[in-house]
Write a new protein. Structure first.
Length: 276
């Protein structure tokens, strides 16, 4: 009997340690006056044995997340609206962002955003068709998995803009690796993409996302010089809105491999668990 007690005690303790490590419930919550910026890529079901399923959030899970935000009193803002509000931003503000320009952002995410009266900012790569830019970060990422994912056509981008719930931001011309480029080339990527998107779609582009979240110390200044209002990184967390560099905004990464508990933990602290 004593052995049984010992085994079940040990099992409970192991579970508690695993749970605490995975969900970091003990981490203090970040004040809800600091807005949360969420990062998504695709809204589609995962593909069996695919390498990038973290970037694929299922439509069902996405809808659960948006509904949860709405029901729990979170207010949706585009990134530019957040920046323009500055310190007047209300408590429980959230900005949904999508990177790259996958077609499902229009076909699948947009109807869900509309259903819950939500809005989002989409960081679009200008040359997004038939490109495998994953290799700009890691050369062995040459499977073509992300290249084969359908990207937004120009008419779909227009549909997003005309819906009134999606702001378009720039994610450069070619999704390069800023860690390997000189200042002139980076500035060109920032300027050209802004001008091209503005003239093609008749809009103002004010928000920028660094490709892969890779940036050098000079890059926030380059983005500011290129005429943007702010820029997002992939640095996990929730930026302190009081002492903010609008060109170094942290984001909460939403993974298709995690469920609602992880989502709620991330909204609370910016992190899911002890180490990520
Ligand atoms: Zn990207």
């Amino acid at each position: 009997m004593n052995t049984l007690w010992a085994i079940s005690g040990l099992a409970s303790l192991t579970w508690l340690i695993w749970f605490s490590w995975r969900y970091a419930w003990w981490r203090p919550a970040i004040d809800q006056r600091h807005p949360r910026i969420l990062m998504y890529h695709m809204i589609r079901d995962p593909i069996k044995r695919a390498g990038f399923n973290g970037m694929r959030v299922s439509p069902h899970l996405f809808e659960q997340q948006i509904r949860w935000l709405k029901e729990n009193g979170w207010r949706f803002f585009t990134l530019t609206a957040l920046l323009e509000q500055g310190s007047r931003i209300p408590e429980k503000s959230v900005a949904i962002t999508f990177d790259d320009g996958f077609a499902d952002n229009c076909t699948t995410a947009l109807p869900i955003l509309k259903k819950y009266d939500a809005c989002a900012t989409l960081f679009l790569v200008v040359n997004r068709h038939h490109q495998e830019w994953s290799m700009h970060k890691k050369r062995h990422h040459d499977s073509g998995e992300l290249m084969r994912e359908p990207k937004l056509s120009d008419s779909q981008v227009m549909e997003l803009i005309e819906s009134g719930c999606v702001e378009i931001g720039s994610h450069t011309m070619t999704h390069p690796n800023f860690g390997l480029m000189d200042a002139g080339a980076k500035k060109m990527e920032m300027l050209q993409s802004k001008e091209l998107l503005e003239s093609k779609f008749g809009i103002n582009i004010k928000a920028f996302a660094y490709p892969f979240g890779i940036l050098q110390p000079e890059d926030p200044g380059l983005a500011r010089g290129a005429g943007y209002l702010g820029a997002v990184t992939t640095e996990p967390g929730i930026s302190d809105w009081n002492c903010l560099d609008p060109f170094l905004l942290q984001r909460i990464k939403i993974s298709g491999k995690e469920g609602m508990l992880a989502f709620r933990m991330r909204l609370r602290t910016g992190w899911r668990g002890a180490n990520k």
